[in-house]
Design a protein around this ligand. Structure first.
Ligand SMILES: Nc1ncnc2c1ncn2[C@@H]1O[C@H](COP(=O)(O)OP(=O)(O)OP(=O)(O)O)[C@@H](O)[C@H]1O
Length: 242
């Protein structure tokens, strides 16, 4: 099994606050793993360290065996890490295709012009948005903005896709569409780490979950088992429910 990502003893301190505390886990190629935990447990900080927005205070983050901790985002992205954000970061005055083309221009292959237009269309097809390619990004519905953001991430042809609450804010129908879309990426063998609060989505998508509480890992295993784990139940719901 090829290991795509390995975190070893990762710690992140913000002044006196230890947001992530000696966290270790790894992802094999093709795994879709949920990173769970109550609010403030350190999940987004982990995503920020993997993608280079924060340097860990200590520990090693290896991508395909190569240490990447502390590198800037623009150095990590071309090595094969793409991410989406809690809030969609589109360029609203550009077309949908142009939004994806900007990701291609600054991505691993630095594609421009006709080649970039064709490749953008390919990635928009992957997320079911090809027929909107010429529309302004600001005219898209929320789920379509999410699709576009995913197409921008896929444009980087990542080895590892980080989805940070990508399904948040969708209505039940959109949520089904969003889950199907992530499942289609899973079927194509994409390795995905996702932070998500929607339990139905976690159960549908993640074979395995890592659970954090107050910066520490409290569980790591098959999703059903982890969600039944009394320590996980206690972390989410308090002592009365465990
Ligand atoms: N840039 C920062 N400076 C200082 N403290 C921070 C910073 N980013 C996060 N923190 C703190 O680190 C802790 C972990 O935050 P983080 O956002 O990683 O948690 P989370 O599990 O993603 O929470 P949520 O589910 O609410 O998004 C929190 O106490 C938060 O206030």
């Amino acid at each position: 099994m090829t290991e795509i990502l390995a975190l070893s003893g990762i710690t992140k301190r913000f002044g006196g606050l230890t947001a992530v505390n000696e966290l270790s886990f790894s992802l094999a190629a093709g795994e879709v793993v949920g990173l769970l935990g109550p609010n403030g447990s350190g999940k987004t900080t982990v995503m920020n360290m993997i993608s280079g927005f924060f340097a860990p205070t200590q520990g090693v983050i290896a991508l395909k065996g190569e240490p990447i901790q502390g590198l800037a985002p623009h150095r990590i992205a071309p090595k094969g890490v793409a991410r989406t954000f809690q809030l969609v970061r589109a360029l609203p005055s550009l077309t949908v295709s142009e939004n994806v083309q900007t990701a291609l221009a600054f991505g691993k292959q630095r594609l421009w012009g006709e080649e970039a237009r064709e490749r953008a269309l390919h990635h928009l097809e992957e997320v079911g948005l090809a027929e909107r390619a010429g529309e302004k990004a600001s005219d898209l519905t929320y789920i379509d903005q999410k699709r576009m953001e995913l197409a921008r991430a896929l444009a980087a042809e990542p080895d590892l896709l980080l989805l940070d609450e990508w399904l948040a804010g969708l209505n039940p129908t959109e949520l089904r569409t969003g889950i199907d879309l992530i499942q289609s990426l899973e079927q194509r063998g994409m390795t995905i780490l996702l932070v998500e609060h929607v339990m139905d989505a976690i159960r549908a998508l993640c074979g395995r979950c890592v659970v954090m509480n107050a910066g520490r890992k409290i569980a790591d295993g098959p999703t059903d088992e982890v969600l039944r784990d009394p320590e996980v139940v206690r972390a989410y719901l308090g002592d009365d429910h465990a």
